[in-house]
Design a protein around this ligand. Structure first.
Ligand code: ADP
Ligand code: ZN
Length: 294
């Protein structure tokens, strides 16, 4: 069984094929340019692949409401050419196979729950801390959609008492993304995050913000696992700092072994590594195929 997977990112598109075991058999990537040009590359890639279904995890915001006439559109992105672009409908014109469609982070959460760090669990959260902050929400065996889709990267957090940085989010200033995404680290410390030493105070401040957001998410959604991915989380020293901040914020109120002695196994890096995005799209494609056959 060959399933197509598309990780549609604002910076690059990754396309690949894989199988029902979650094995990615091949992948290519190209920069995200004008939609027509990018779509032509996607279509050319899949033309001779004989895929039985395709899963697309997309940058957003996107329309995932099946009842909407704009279902499958990228909606209000500032990315030139992409606002109100019918990404899924254009793909459906090119390939007559079942297609799964969701946010990139919801797809990554599904992939991790299918084959990765949350394998076998019916709930997990997937955070990407990169150019932005995004959160995929997988609860009771399905991705949460709701009104639009969760936008957990923009939750509000208390400011760190020593932090004078105003925040980088164009909408909210000092929301989680505005304080903790890669560009905020760079703007605050005047050097790229990847160049800051592991014992720099930046990481304690970073964990202060992420830990608060995670504690709120635990209180609200009670996820069985939290997976932290994205470029910034390559700083592995963040994991123990974040776990500590989660405990400080929860103060023992939520009685769960996972938040106590089990916390090292509760807040974890992606089991699928940097393949989490593409594998998630693969899982979406598989789900779409199963639904079509049901
Ligand atoms: P994107 O979010 O665009 O998909 P990434 O997840 O790779 O891509 O995130 C890119 C951001 O992560 C940039 O702001 C970059 O500075 C930051 N970043 C990448 N690698 C590291 C690292 N090793 N340490 C700290 N920050 C990093
Ligand atoms: Zn924001």
């Amino acid at each position: 069984m060959i399933i197509g997977a598309i990780e549609a990112g604002g910076t690059k598109f990754v396309c690949g094929i894989g199988n029902e075991k979650g094995e990615v058999l091949e992948r290519i990537s190209f920069p995200t340019e004008q939609p027509e040009k990018t779509l032509a590359q996607v279509v050319a890639y899949f033309e001779d692949k004989q895929v039985e279904a395709i899963g697309i995890g997309s940058f957003g915001p996107i329309n995932i409401d099946r009842a909407s006439p704009q279902f499958g559109y990228v909606t209000t992105t500032p990315k030139p050419g992409w606002a109100n672009y019918p990404l899924l409908p254009e793909l459906q014109k090119a390939f007559d196979v079942p297609m799964g469609w969701d946010t990139d982070v919801n797809a990554a959460a599904l992939g991790e729950a299918t084959w990765g760090a949350a394998k076998g669990l019916d709930s997990c959260l997937y955070y990407t801390i990169g150019t932005g902050v995004g959160v995929g929400v997988f609860v009771e065996g399905r991705m949460v959609h709701g009104l639009v889709h969760p936008e957990g990267g923009h939750v509000l957090t208390r400011r760190h008492p020593q932090d004078t940085y105003e925040g980088k989010c164009p909408y909210h200033g000092d929301c989680l993304e505005g304080m903790a995404a890669g560009p905020a680290i760079e703007a605050r410390w005047k050097v790229k995050g990847s160049e800051l030493p592991a014992d720099h105070p930046a990481w304690e401040m970073e964990a202060f913000y992420i830990g608060q957001a995670l504690a709120s998410a635990i209180l609200l959604l009670s996820p069985k696992k939290i997976i932290l991915g994205g470029g910034v989380m390559h700083q592995l020293q963040l994991f123990p700092l974040i776990r500590e901040q989660v405990r400080i914020n929860l103060k023992g109120y939520v009685a769960a072994e996972a938040l106590d002695t089990g916390i090292d196994d509760y807040i974890v890096p992606p089991g699928l590594g940097d393949n989490a995005g593409l594998s998630g799209s693969l899982a979406l494609g598989l789900r779409a195929l199963a639904e079509a056959q049901a």
